[in-house]
Design a protein around this ligand. Sequence first.
Ligand code: SAH
Ligand code: SF4
Ligand code: F3S
Length: 470
Amino acid sequence: MNENRKTPVVPREQMEEQLGICARVAAYWHSRGVTPVAYVETYGCQQNEADSERIRGLLSQCGYGFAQEAEGADVVVMNTCAIREHAEQRVFGNLGALTHTKRRHPGQKIFLCGCMAGQTVVTDRIKKSYPHVDGVFSTHHLWQFPEILWRVLTTGKRVFYVADEAGAVAEGLPVLRDDSLKAWVSIMYGCNNFCTYCIVPYVRGRERSREPEEILAECRELVASGYKDITLLGQNVNSYGKDLGRNMDFADLLEQIARIPGDFLIRFMTSHPRDAGPKLFDTMARNPKIAKQLHLPVQCGSDRVLKAMNRHYDRARYLELVRYAREKMPELVLTSDVIVGFPGETEAEFEETLSLISEVRFDALFTFIYSPRPGTPAAKLPDPVSREEKNRWFDRLCALQNGISEEKHRAYVGRRYRVLVDGTEGELLTARTEGGRLVRLAGDKALVGQFREVEITGSTTWSLTGVFVD
Ligand code: SAH
Ligand code: SF4
Ligand code: F3S
C-alpha cells in the first residue's frame, strides 16, 4: 500500500464483495437452467473501449455469453460518449429503439453507462423519458456493476449510481479483451485540465493514477500471453504519477515497461503539449520498444484562441516541442486533433491553424467542428460564426490535410518497414507500421501476430500497400 497517494483506491474487500456478487448472478441463472447473453455497445474513445472490456469481464464472471446485437439479449449495456452533441444524439436515438427489443424480450435489462451517465441533465432525462432503461451508472461506479445488475435482476426496480463523487481507482476487475495482439492499458483516469470546450473533466472526475506495480504487472501478463502492441491510456498521460507522491512520472513508467523482456511495442495516448517535454521524447528515442508515434493534440494555431481554450501553451511552444521531438526521432509519426470554429474564432485565426498545419505537416489529423457542451465555460461565449461558415472552414482544413497525408504516404513507397501483421481483410492481410500506419498486403494468414519486414509498393491518403521481403 502506498501511504503517500493522494487519490483513493477501492478497498480490496469491496472489490471482492463485487466479485462475490458475480458468482451470485451466475448461480441465479444456473438455477433457472439458462445461459444468459449480453450485448455491450461502445461509443467514444479508447478509454471507453477499455472500460467496455472490463464490463464484459464482469458480465462473463456473472455467467453471460455475448451477442452481436441487442435483439434477444438479456442484458444490453450502452457505454456512452459525451464529447460532442452528435455523439449524445446517436445514443438517445439508439436507446429509443431499444423499447422495441425489450417489448419482444420483456426480460431484457438495459443499462446506460460511460461519460453521458456523468451528467445530471442526461440522467434526469433518462429517469423521465426512457422508462425502459433499468440502470444508469457513471464511470466512477463501473466497478459496482455486479451490485447494480443484481439489484435490477432481483428487485425489478430502476437503479441509478450517478452520485457526483471524486472517483477512485479500482484494481482487480476481470477483463475480456477484444483482441489477442493489441491491448489497451489505462494508466490513469480523469482529467484536471478543464479546457474550456471540454466535458471530460466533468464526467470523468479528477486525475487518478494507477500504482506503477499494478500497471507493470498487467503489461507483463499481456506480454506473457502473446500481446505485441500495448497502448497506455489516459486523457493526459504526461500528468501520470502526480497524485502518487512517490517521485515517478510518465517517462519513468514508460522506461520501466520498456524493460519488460519480450518482443512488443508500447504506444500511449493522449499526450498534452502543456506538459510534454524533452524527458519524454528522450525516453522514447532511447527505447526501441516505445513506438515512434506521438499523438499531440494542438487544437488550433492561434495564440488568442489557445488561451481562450485554456490550453496553457502557445503556438511557438508547440512548434518547439515538435522540432525537438523530430530532432530526437527523425522517423516520428506525428498526429493531432484540431477544433474548427471555437466560439469567437475569426477567419484570420482559423487561417493561423491552416498555416500551422502546413508548417508541421502532420501524418494524420483528427478534425472536429466545435460542439457546445452545456456546463463548460466555452458554451457561454458568444458564437457568431454560422454553421455553414464553419463547415466551409472544416472542408478547407480537411483538403489541406488530405494533401499532406497523401504526400507523406507516397514517401513510404519503395522503403522497407518492420510491421506487425495484425489481421485479415477479405483475402488480404493487414499490418501496422511502428508509427501506426495501415498496410494491406497478400500473404499467409499464419503470419498474423508476427513482426515482419515489408516493402511498401503503393499508397493512398489513408493507407499503404506492400509485399513481404523476408
Ligand atoms: N485528452 C485529450 C483529448 C480527448 S477528447 C487531449 O486533451 O488531447 C478528443 C478530442 O475531441 C479533443 O482533442 C478535441 O479536439 C475534441 N473535442 C473535445 N471537446 C470538443 C468539443 N466540445 N467540440 C468539438 N471537439 C471537441
Ligand atoms: Fe478535455 Fe482538455 Fe482534459 Fe483533453 S486535456 S480531456 S481536451 S479537458
Ligand atoms: Fe467520449 Fe468520454 Fe472518451 S466523453 S471521448 S468517451 S472520455
